[in-house]
Ligand binder design. Structure first.
Ligand code: OGA
Ligand code: ZN
Ligand code: ZN
Length: 408
């Protein structure tokens, strides 16, 4: 049974809402004004907000309505009549909301308690994200001076290091780790610091070395033009990690470009080219002995507001161009111009990875490439893996639990 906690700490929550993220708030409820379908609450700072009765009944956090261990909803709206009678409502001595729902045919009376801070977090909710969103900041060549560089030990063993890495990644989509060990498998340990690596046809992790029978351009010594990995998947990996174990060969420098910023640059100088790349679906495909992974989609994907949000540019796994005849030349013109801009030193950041360094990037936004290298001049070995965006967001939310004022 939910009970109002008689807690000494005035900054803690008053009612257990079965929520692991923090919702404690010093502002208490002072008044409730019942209406026909909804009630209006007033907090101690004078703020007011309305909540529908049906919404309140659905969000009861008592141990019958919300499972005390899983924190998941047990309450089933469908078991109640479509018209739920209004409850009697009052503000408790502690400043929480208490609702007494009348008994109905076959249904017992029920009491719900709501924490004032929890309700306040949900007051006038505009449906936006539940955690503070970190907005991506576009960058160009000048970003070389601002690249987030985090010590491997801080990332692996401190909340602050992990937090800097996660926020840097969300903001700029490119973060360098430094001073790590040069041990095989370290790339997976780094990914596991956040979540569960995403397996693909290249395995749970992959070795980027020049191989005798390569099934991908990355496994040669050739230069790699700016690209994203696996645009031939409906769900391309969100993030990519490349951990450097050895880089002794001549050449092999890394190049990165913010593909979303460059898409905006293309739109500014060539709106028609931008339109073509964002509206023309083309094919991407990977084929080897055991796999044939294919996806048809535009190079530049736009969000509902028409902003570029994800890039699919990878020249070697682009498949046969299948577009109506009149679109062939406009497509190649736009593709060529975007490619030129992606390579343009005004937009690129270039450096050579050293052993014990790991570069990680947002694979939907930031393109990566490398210079050719000469395997006869020394060993070059990177290990790579992928991670889903959900796991980054999750890690950040879990970190926030501990650091929010009054959490507990
Ligand atoms: C890759 C890749 C870059 C490099 O493995 O996806 O692009 O520097 N590698 O070898
Ligand atoms: Zn309940
Ligand atoms: Zn790649």
């Amino acid at each position: 049974m939910t009970a109002e906690a008689q807690i000494a700490d005035a900054t803690g929550p008053i009612v257990d809402m079965g929520e692991l993220s923090d919702y404690a708030d010093a502002r208490r409820l002072t008044a409730v004004e019942p209406g026909t379908h909804a009630l209006t609450l007033t907090w101690s700072d004078g703020e007011q907000a309305s909540f529908h009765y049906v919404w309140l009944r659905d969000h009861c956090a008592c141990t019958e309505c919300r499972h005390p261990q899983t924190h998941e909803r047990m309450f089933r709206l469908v078991d109640l009549p479509a018209e739920i009678p209004a409850p009697s409502a009052r503000i408790t001595d502690m400043g929480a909301l208490a609702l007494d729902w009348p008994a109905m045919t076959g249904i017992d009376a029920h009491r719900s308690l709501f924490d004032p801070g929890w309700l306040r977090q949900r007051a006038d909710d505009d449906g936006g994200p539940m955690t503070t969103a970190i907005e991506p900041v576009p960058w160009d060549a000048g970003f070389a001076e601002e690249l987030p560089i985090i010590d491997h030990h801080a990332f692996m063993h401190t909340d602050a290091g992990l937090h800097d890495w996660l926020t840097g990644m969300m903001r700029s989509g490119l973060v360098l780790l430094r001073n790590g060990p040069t041990e095989e498998g370290e790339v997976l340990r780094a990914a596991e610091r956040i979540g569960w690596p995403r397996e693909t046809n290249f395995g749970r992790h992959f070795d980027v070395v020049s191989k005798p029978n390569p099934n991908n351009a990355a496994y040669t010594a050739a230069a790699l033009e700016p690209h994203v990995d696996l645009p031939n998947w409906e769900r391309s990996p969100d993030y990519q990690f490349l951990y450097c174990l050895a880089n002794e060969a001549e050449g092999g420098a890394s190049v990165f470009t913010d593909g979303v910023a460059v898409a905006e640059a293309l739109r500014a100088e060539d709106p028609e080219g931008f339109r073509v790349l964002s509206e023309t679906p083309i094919d991407f495909r990977f084929q080897d002995e055991t796999a044939d992974l294919a996806m048809r989609t535009p190079v530049i994907e736009l969000d509902d507001a028409g902003r570029p949000t994800r890039i699919r540019f990878n020249n070697w796994i682009r498949d046969t161009l299948r577009v109506p005849g009149h679109q062939v030349e406009p497509f190649y013109r736009a593709y060529r111009r975007y490619w030129e801009l992606l390579r343009d030193p005004r937009y690129t950041v270039r450096f050579t990875l050293r052993p014990g360094e790991m570069i990680a990037f947002d694979n939907l936004r930031v393109l990566h490439g490398r210079d050719a290298f000469d395997p006869n001049t020394g060993h070059r070995q990177l290990q790579g893996c992928y991670l889903d965006r959900d796991l980054l967001r999750s890690r950040l939310r879990v970190l926030a639990r501990g650091s929010a004022p009054g959490a507990g």
